[in-house]
Structure formats: C-alpha cells, structure tokens
Design a protein around this ligand. Sequence first.
Ligand code: NAI
Length: 356
Amino acid sequence: MPVAKELSGFSDFERVTRFDDAEAQLCAIIAIHSTALGPAAGGCRFTRYPGFDEAAADAAALAHGMSRKNAMADLPLGGGKSVIRMPDGEFDRDRLMRAFGEAVDSLGGAYITAEDVGTGVADMQQIARATRFVAGLPKVGDHAGGDPSPWTGLGVFLSIRHVAGAELQRPLGELTVAVQGAGSVGANLCRRLSEAGATVLVADTNAEKLAALADLAGVEAVAPDKVLGIEADILAPCAMGGVLTPAVVDGLQVRAIAGAANNQIAGPEAGAALQRRGILYCPDFIINAGGIISVSAEYLGEDEDAVSRRVARIPERLAEVIGAAREQDVGPEIMADRMADERIAAAGTAAEAAGG
Ligand code: NAI
C-alpha cells in the first residue's frame, strides 16, 4: 500500500497528496483542485520530470485546468489530475500502475483517473484491478468508453467548422487549416477536415504519423519548424502546450487558432499579442473537452448518444465565450477562465449553503 503524505503550499486546492511505494517504484502526486461540482476527474500523466517540485506543480496546474474544463462542459465533475514520475531504469509497469490504483482507491472516490500523456488503456486496466474510480477502459456494447481521442478530435473539428462559418464567413471546404501534430487527436482531425473538403497542412516530428495520412485528399505534409508560421486560415495546435509564445504570435499568418493541445498560450503577453493582432483564439479547454465528456459518460454509465449530444454543444459554448469576450474586450482565453471560475465558485457556495 503506498504511503500518503499531504503536500502544503497549494492554497487554492482541496488537497494535493504524494504517494510513494518503494517496492512498486511508485512516486505519484494526485492533485484535487475542486470537488464543488462532483468528484475530481482528470487523467494520469506518466512522464519524467526534472524533480519532485516540477511534477507536483504540473499536477496542480493540470488539476486546476480540469476544474475549468469540466465546469464549462456542464459535467457533474470537479477537477483533479495525477502524475506518476517515470522511474529511471527498469521497472514493472503493471505493478506500478496497480500501486497507483491503490493510491487512487485510498481517496475513496474523491478523484477519478483516466488516460493522459504517457498512459493508455492497458494501464487503466491495471489500475482498475485496484480501484473502481477509473475510466478510459475498453468499450462495452453501446456504452461510452474506449479511446477518448476521437471525441476530442470531433469537438475540435466542430469548433473549426463553427469558426469558419460564423467568424470567417467561409465554408470549411474553401479554407486551409494548419495542424501541428498528427497523433491520436491530430490525425482524427485531419481525416475529418479532409472529408469536409478543407486543405490541410500537417506537421509531425514523427514521419510515420504523416505517412498514415498521405492518402487523404487535400492533406499535405509540412516541416515541423514551419507549421506555426505558415500561411493558412486556421492553426490547430495538436501536439503540446505552450507553443504560442510572443515570438510565435508575431510570426503567425492565420486568422484564428483552434486546436486540442492544453494551455497553448505561453503566458499573458502572448495572449495580449493575439488580441492586438486580431487573431481569434478558441480557448483550448472549451474545444478539447470531447475526451473528458466521453470519459465522464463512461464513468457515469451513459451511452455514446449522450457523448455525441454533449460534444455537439461545444461550438455553442465556444460562441458564448467569444461573444462575452468581445463584450468585455478581453481575450477569449481570459473570458473562458472567468466564466469557469464563476461556475465553480457558485457551485462551491451552493454546496456550503446546503451543508450549513
Ligand atoms: P499524441 O501523443 O497522440 O500526439 C501528439 C503528436 O504530436 C505526436 O504524433 C508527436 O509526434 C507530435 N509532435 C510532438 N512534437 C511535435 C512538434 N514539435 N511538431 C509537430 N508534431 C509534434 O497526443 P494526442 O492524444 O493526440 O493529444 C494531442 C494534444 O491534445 C496533447 O497536448 C494533449 O494533451 C491534448 N489533449 C488530448 C486529448 C485526448 O483526448 N487525447 C484531450 C484533451 C487534450
């Protein structure tokens, strides 16, 4: 059983807990930002960090993001996230995941885990041997479940189609979309864009990922170091966060940005630069919620229709955020944070009132 230690210094969080199990080589952090709207849900990241503090800070930042994402997707879930530090050298992955499952279980359902960067369905199956507070398991019948990334791809695609029609006043078939990253979400997005008749300029550092898309109509591979500055109508960052630095924003040749990666804007200066240049930013956690919508439906025992209906509403939520941002003359990313924080605070106040 992993040894738990509460971490201090995370004042806006309900709890941030470190779990260690030397025999299983587990060192994990589970950050619970808020359970005001329901159990804290968010994936488990499995990667290397320079040190423990970096891992804890990442878990906390991601958990806060999940509170906002879940709140704005109308899910009955709070926000949490976990990270497992990848051990150096050899390790028994299944055993490590089972030990992590014990850590999740010890929180009694306050935190629900699923896949994130570095974890997959097989890991969730190991975790499920130790806890029932896990989703992202193989699909059974009509029930929601399985790989969430196609749903993320669909939500991003619908958002891009909305931006084309409502913001750029052009059908998607006449537009060029630059896609950074042809992984699970990016490849799905490229297929949908190709089917809709768009021209797609896609970059990936892994040539195999590009080869898999080579036969799609209207899809052309471009160099990874060119994609962020390429001339197109819309840019869809689908590789990693923090790509929109002030320097990158200066060089952008697009009118809008709509991608799946979390936290694409690298700080307020870059956000201000986007606003100044009149480039529309579609807040990542609004448009990439398809995956958590699927995971949440799976956990709640709902069917795939429920997932489809909720994902189809993503463009409405996007339009609401863009409209409010214009009214208040702030960037959509700032507006999305504000709206989410208001929802979480209102739920917290309602819970307190009910409790006391
Ligand atoms: P993935 O790991 O399957 O794909 C990422 C792809 O980006 C890989 O093919 C990789 O080779 C490529 N890549 C890495 N660095 C690159 C660079 N500098 N230039 C071009 N390509 C590069 O990840 P996935 O699942 O497709 O997720 C993509 C992004 O969306 C991630 O940031 C993830 O956190 C985020 N996201 C994913 C969700 C999901 O359902 N999978 C849900 C919400 C957010």
